[in-house]
Design a protein around this ligand. Structure first.
Ligand SMILES: Nc1ncnc2c1ncn2[C@@H]1O[C@H](COP(=O)(O)OP(=O)(O)OP(=O)(O)O)[C@@H](O)[C@H]1O
Ligand SMILES: [Mg+2]
Length: 755
């Protein structure tokens, strides 16, 4: 086959060795993921394996989609039937069929971390514990850690080993909270993310017939990013592959960055013990990056003591040196990054999507975003507050969730009095307590509200129950889109948003419309066989942050280093290279923690194909204060042969460039860096807001058309590019002389039409 010709001999060996256990542990960019992809294609195309019999577990759904796409191009449409996805999505799908066997409804809800935290807070309150000691976040991560190691609440409470642990000693009630939390989830017909794996383990342990069914189905099992699997995931994989033993795992111990979530590097070592006839493949050639970047990455990971020794080399060219950029403030750091991208994109004819800005914590994106926006560069944020985490979206989704699963407590709390229908918190609490105390399903209590509470609230709850019943009928009879549209209307949610005429209100209204669009797309997609609302909800609950961004047109990627695993970009900026930020303050307690941070630095470095920048600021706003920062110790660990101090323009030069040519980031810089100045003192001249002309009077914009020239009181003069009507809104896209392209709502924008 010719596709095998595009593999090196070791990669080819790994692809062709299809039967029996195989492990590939190799450095970044050496083609591990590529080998998995070719392997699946090879199984289908060459070995005639039915795609239904192949299971491939990836790190994000996006990675799965990409892999599916590539396999399709290698092995044809048949490849579509491969089971592919994250651990969570694949096993949620299986649980949807098998959940009744372990006592859950098949339309169980999946709680996201907001739901889980809210539930923990409720329980802490009910137990009259101090919520400053039992913080929801901390309690939840503790419970999550236990579940990932398959420690039940019972074992957690009784096991002397767990009890001896510091955290358990300081917070002796966590075991009880864990117990109540599981009980409440169960009663709410809900699973949190960890439960999807925990319960799969229980299912396979207690129902051998079910296990056997999936063992027969998955003749070939593959796992990418194996270094980041936790015990729960490891055991599932091992059980599934126990009959055929055709299991292939790929990973890189140097990229293990999820120990804090229970990932266990021991899994790699155990694997060799579990499969004595293991076929091990080493890949050493890096195809992704320049020699400079590969050398730098090697010099970084060399500083870790607990690392399997690997040599990674490349036959790629030297490439540019890594640039080390010093900025005086975090906003200046943002400006330098933005202007550098602007410049590089133009001089090297690159796309926005060739650039990534990587940071240690999500909050660092703000300064970057501001700078990118000023230069009109299109970007997308992966993770952070994403579409599905917005309040209005969660509200509508909660209506849908409660309709599909009317014991879902967290969904109930969200919607019972939104929009307002006169059911106060006290009544809601009474309902919840009644369900809990009498051990009656929530939905039953809601339907019989008069028995538990009195007065007006009880009648209001009757109406609420009647409404939910009517939604249920719709859900049974109609597809997801029709049912959801009707829920959005009948619940009063759309009206509530529609009546809010502020810009934010309109935005929220549009977001809800956008959700309905997404549901329509789901229904229209031929690949989705089950078009019910329940099936849509499940799909959404499983999107990881990485998948949630819409595949926009060409955009610069902003993300945390954690979410960048497995990806590659031509140019990468690792920003905020400062002590206490990266390495993180929280990760300097022990050598193990510091080594995990260093692996994170290794991951960041190895995302770059052609060019890499490390940037840091001398001062930065954190926790609402201006702090002085020290450059990160990691910077000194990079081999000095690979790095040079940058001559990037500082913001002062940049504003000069603006003045000279109206173009940001002109390459004529005199190149001094890091002038120490107070933050936020300068604003490039061209960015100063416009002063309206003396005769400025807003015009009637009803007949505004493309090509017309206008004046805006703040943004100044511009030319209309296009007019669009969307629902009730008319929008104009205008290219301003100094502010670039902006889209304005015509009902709000005050414009003077010039001709
Ligand atoms: N034999 C090859 N010939 C040409 N290009 C290759 C070859 N092997 C891999 N590549 C390319 O090198 C890049 C890195 O490959 P891949 O993403 O599979 O590496 P990886 O080992 O999975 O990296 P990571 O550890 O970051 O996940 C990809 O662009 C891939 O297409
Ligand atoms: Mg990979």
């Amino acid at each position: 086959m010719d596709y095998l010709d595009s593999l090196n001999p070791e990669q080819r060996l790994a692809v062709e060795h299809t039967d029996g256990p195989v492990m590939i542990i190799a450095g970044a960019g050496s083609g591990k993921t590529r080998v998995l992809t070719y392997r699946i294609a090879h199984l289908i195309y060459e070995k005639g394996v039915d795609a239904f019999n192949i299971l491939s577990l990836t790190f994000t759904n996006k990675a799965a989609a990409e892999m599916r796409h590539r396999i399709e191009s290698l092995a044809g449409l048949e490849a579509r039937n491969t089971w592919m996805g994250t651990f969570h999505s694949v096993f949620a799908k299986i649980l949807r069929v098998e959940a009744p066997k372990i006592g859950y409804p098949s339309n169980f809800t999946i709680y996201d971390s907001d739901d889980s935290k809210s539930l923990i807070r409720t329980i802490v309150k009910e137990m009259r514990l101090d919520d400053k000691v039992y913080k929801a976040n901390a309690v939840l991560s503790r419970i999550s850690g236990a579940k990932n190691r398959l420690i039940t609440w019972k074992v957690y409470q009784d096991d002397p080993y767990v009890k001896a642990d510091d955290e358990a000693a300081m917070k002796p009630k966590i075991g009880e909270i864990y117990q109540r939390y599981q009980d409440r989830l169960f009663k709410a017909g809900a699973m949190d993310f960890d439960d999807l794996l925990f319960n799969t383990n229980i299912l396979f342990r207690d129902h051998l017939d079910v296990l056997n069914k999936y063992q027969q189905r998955f003749r070939y099992v593959m796992v990418d990013e194996f270094q980041d699997t936790n015990l729960s995931q490891y055991l599932i994989t091992k059980k599934l592959a126990a009959v055929h033993q055709n299991i292939c795992v790929v990973g890189d111990d140097a990229q293990s960055i999820y120990a804090f979530r229970g990932a266990d590097i021991q899994n790699i070592l155990n694997f060799e013990k579990d499969y004595p006839d293991l076929f091990v493949v080493k890949l050493e050639q890096n195809y992704r990056s320049t020699k400079t970047i590969v050398d730098a990455a090697n010099s970084i990971i060399d500083k870790n003591k607990t690392q399997l020794k690997k040599s990674v080399w490349t036959s790629n060219g030297e490439g540019d040196l890594i640039e080390l950029v010093k900025a005086s403030t975090d906003s200046e750091e943002g400006r330098i990054v933005a202007s550098t991208i602007f410049e590089e994109r133009n001089t090297k004819k690159l796309n926005n999507s060739d650039f990534a800005i990587l940071y240690r914590t999500n909050s660092q994106s703000r300064a970057m975003e501001e700078a990118l926006r000023k230069l009109n560069l299109t970007y997308k944020i992966v993770g952070g507050l994403s579409f599905y985490q917005r309040k209005e979206i969660k509200d509508l989704m909660a209506y849908m969730r409660f309709t599909v699963n009317p014991v879902d407590e967290e969904a109930f709390k969200r919607i019972v009095n939104y929009p307002k229908r006169g059911i106060g918190n006290t009544s809601v609490d009474k309902i919840l307590v009644a369900a809990f105390d009498h051990d009656i399903p929530l939905w039953k209590v809601v339907q019989n509200a008069h028995s538990f509470i009195g007065g007006r609230a009880a009648s209001q709850l009757d109406d609420f129950a009647t409404m939910i019943k009517s939604f249920k009928i719709e859900v049974e009879r109609k597809d997801a889109f029709e049912a959801a549209s009707s829920i959005a209307k009948q619940s009063g949610l759309l009206r509530e948003l529609y009546e809010d005429k502020t810009i934010e209100g309109l935005n929220r209204y549009e977001n809800v419309q956008e959700l309905l669009n997404a549901i329509k797309e789901f229904v229209d997609n031929e690949e989705n066989e089950d078009k019910s609302l329940g099936s849509f909800l499940q799909e959404i609950a499983l999107l990881t942050d990485n998948d949630r961004d819409k595949d926009m047109t060409d955009a610069i990627t902003l993300m945390t280093i954690h979410s960048s695993k497995g990806l590659e970009f031509k140019q990468v900026f690792v920003v905020g290279m400062e002590e206490d930020l990266f390495p993180s303050q929280m990760m300097m307690q022990s050598r193990e923690d510091l080594e995990e941070e260093r692996r994170l630095f290794y991951v960041a470095t190895t995302r770059a194909m052609e060019k890499l920048y490390f940037t840091y600021a001398l001062t930065r706003y954190r926790y609402g204060r201006l702090l002085n920062c020290e450059p990160s110790r990691f910077l000194e660990e990079v081999s000095p042969d690979c790095i040079k101090v940058s001559k990037k323009v500082s913001s002062k030069e940049m504003s000069g460039a603006f003045r000279r040519e109206g173009l940001p980031g002109s390459s004529e810089s005199s190149g001094y860096i890091g002038i120490k100045k107070k933050p936020e003192t300068r604003m490039p001249t061209a960015m100063k807001l416009h002063t309206p002309s003396p005769d400025f009077k807003p015009s009637n914009t009803n007949n505004l058309q493309a090509e017309q020239l206008i004046e805006h009181p703040k943004f100044g003069f511009g030319k209309v590019q296009k007019i669009e009507t969307e629902g009730i809104n008319r929008k104009a896209t205008i290219k301003f002389e100094h502010f670039g392209e902006k889209t304005l709502l015509l009902s709000f924008a005050k414009l003077r039409i010039i001709d």
